[in-house]
Design a protein. Structure first.
Length: 163
């Protein structure tokens, strides 16, 4: 099965999951695929999108405390904005995971290209700042250096002894 790396994704769907009971990671992933199957039509079938590499590996992190499970779902996507939003909305319809009631809320859909663009801009600023600090002496330093070299060159001989 071909999977896309997160670096190839354009968008990442971030969702929170709240479950009234104890479930494991594979149960959540199975519910995502099982309950969205046939819901969105053939073009947006999660299994097919993952096989073709348009949806990346679905990451699920769950934590169980006092009989309740909470966690996060991360879905990298190389689909367009509208299709990614549809996938995000589709996972919100999941109401049961295993024998337990569940609620999924998509918190945000992150545009990775904006994050990467900002990282490039920040790094470029840092590189330019380092270049300016190390290689560009200020104009006063240049003037002082030129004046000092001229002063040294002016005095060639001094007095009758030509010292």
């Amino acid at each position: 099965m071909a999977k896309i790396a997160q670096v190839a994704a354009k968008y990442i769907v971030h969702a929170k999951i709240f479950i009234d009971g104890v479930v494991d990671r594979p149960d959540v992933i199975g519910a995502i695929f099982g309950q969205t199957e046939g819901l969105l039509g053939a073009d947006l079938e999660l299994r097919e999108l993952q096989k073709s590499g348009r949806i990346g590996r679905i990451e699920v992190n769950v934590d169980t405390k006092s009989g309740k499970t909470q966690g996060e779902i991360i879905i990298p996507s190389s689909l367009d904005k509208a299709e990614t939003s549809i996938v995000g909305a589709a996972i919100e319809i999941i109401q049961r995971i295993g024998p337990c009631n569940a609620k999924i809320q998509v918190g945000k859909i992150e545009d990775i290209r904006i994050s990467k663009r900002q990282a490039v801009i920040d790094r470029a600023k840092e590189l330019l700042r380092n270049l300016m600090d190390t290689s560009m002496p200020d104009s006063q330093e240049l003037s002082d250096e030129v004046a000092a070299s001229v002063r040294v060159m002016e005095i060639v001989e001094y007095g009758r002894e030509k010292l």
